[in-house]
Design a protein around this ligand. Structure first.
Ligand code: NAD
Length: 270
C-alpha cells in the first residue's frame, strides 16, 4: 500500500467553501489528487477506497476542511447506497460527485476471466450510475451540482487486451452525455475527464508487468509505455487532473455539459 503524500503545487481559494465533494476511490492516485485539489478550494470531502484512508484523511484535513471516509465496495449497489446515505447525513448532500474508483485487468477477449469482466464493469461503470441516480435528486432540488466522471482516453479509443476497461470507459462517456442532457436546463452539469497515462498504483502495476515480460528495467519499461502511446512522452499528474476538476466546478464551467475532456499528452489526437 502506498502512503499518500502532500501534492506538489495546487492553486487555492475558498470558491467551493460549504460544498461537499464525494470522490470515489480516493485513497490513492487520481482520486486523492482530485480530493486534495477540491479541498484546496474549500470543499468538504467524503473519501472512499481501499487504500490507507487514515493517511488520506490527514492529508485532506491539512487543507482546513471537514473530511470523512466510507469504505463502500463500489461493486456492490447496497454498499453504494450506504455511502450516499452516510454522505448526506454527514454533509447534508453530495454537491460534487467525482466517480473515480476503477480497476484494470489485462487479457485477450478469448481468455478474459468472466469474473474480472463483471468486476471491471461494476466498479468502473455501474457504480457511477448508482452514485449518480442517488445524488441527482438533491442536486436538482438545490439547482446546483457537478458530476465529474473519470473516464480515460480508453473511453475514446481502444487498446488490445483491455476489453472490459475500454467497454466500461466508453460506457461512462455515454452515461455522462445522457446525465448532462437530462439536466441541461438546470444548474447541474455532468462531464467526463479522459486522462492518458498517469503514474498511479494502477499504472505502476502495468509498468512492472511490462518490465518483467520484456526483461528490462522499470525505467526502460516506463519509457517504452509512454513512447508507445503519448506524443508528449510525459505522464499527466493527479494534481493537473485535480485542477481540471476544480475548473469544472467553477463559475466559468456552467455551460460545459456532456464533454469528454482529454488530458492525454496528445494520445487521442493521433
Ligand atoms: P488507483 O489504483 O491509484 O486508484 C483506484 C482507487 O479505486 C483506489 O483508491 C482503490 O482503492 C479504489 N478502488 C478499487 N476498487 C474499489 C472498489 N471495489 N470499491 C471502492 N474503491 C475501489 O488508480 P488510478 O490510476 O488513480 O485510477 C483512478 C481512476 O482513473 C480509474 O477510474 C482509472 O480507470 C482512471 N484512469 C487512470 C489512468 C492512469 O493512467 N492511471 C488513466 C486514465 C484513467
Amino acid at each position: 500500500m502506498t502512503t499518500p503524500t502532500a501534492p506538489a503545487t495546487l492553486s487555492s481559494s475558498q470558491q467551493l467553501k460549504g460544498k461537499c465533494a464525494l470522490v470515489t476511490g480516493s485513497t490513492s492516485g487520481i482520486g486523492l489528487g482530485i480530493a486534495c485539489a477540491l479541498a484546496a478550494h474549500g470543499a468538504n470531502i467524503m473519501l472512499n477506497g481501499f487504500g490507507d484512508h487514515a493517511a488520506a484523511e490527514r492529508l485532506i484535513a491539512g487543507f482546513g476542511v471537514e473530511v470523512d471516509y466510507h469504505g463502500a465496495d463500489m461493486s456492490k449497489p447496497d454498499e453504494i447506497e450506504a455511502l450516499m446515505a452516510a454522505t448526506a447525513k454527514r454533509f447534508g448532500r453530495t454537491d460534487i460527485l467525482v466517480n473515480n474508483a476503477g480497476i484494470q485487468h489485462v487479457a485477450p477477449v478469448s481468455d478474459f476471466p468472466v469474473e474480472r469482466w463483471d468486476a471491471v464493469i461494476a466498479i468502473n461503470l455501474s457504480s457511477a450510475f448508482h452514485t449518480s441516480r442517488l445524488a441527482l435528486p438533491a442536486m436538482q432540488a438545490a439547482n446546483w451540482g457537478r458530476i465529474i466522471n473519470i473516464a480515460s482516453v480508453h473511453g475514446l479509443v481502444g487498446s488490445v487486451q483491455k476489453s472490459a476497461y475500454v467497454a466500461a470507459k466508453h460506457g461512462i462517456i455515454g452515461l455522462t452525455k445522457v446525465t448532462a442532457l437530462e439536466n441541461a436546463t438546470t444548474g447541474v452539469t455532468a462531464n467526463a475527464i479522459c486522462p492518458g497515462w498517469v503514474l498511479t498504483p494502477l499504472v505502476q502495476a502495468q509498468v512492472d508487468t511490462r518490465a518483467k515480460q520484456l526483461g528490462v528495467s522499470i525505467e526502460e519499461a516506463t519509457r517504452g509505455l509512454l513512447a508507445e502511446k503519448e506524443p508528449s512522452q510525459q505522464f499527466t499528474t493527479p494534481e493537473e487532473l485535480g485542477e481540471l476538476a476544480v475548473f469544472l466546478c467553477g463559475p466559468a464551467s456552467g455551460n460545459i455539459r456532456g464533454a469528454a475532456w482529454v488530458m492525454d499528452g496528445g494520445w487521442s489526437a493521433q
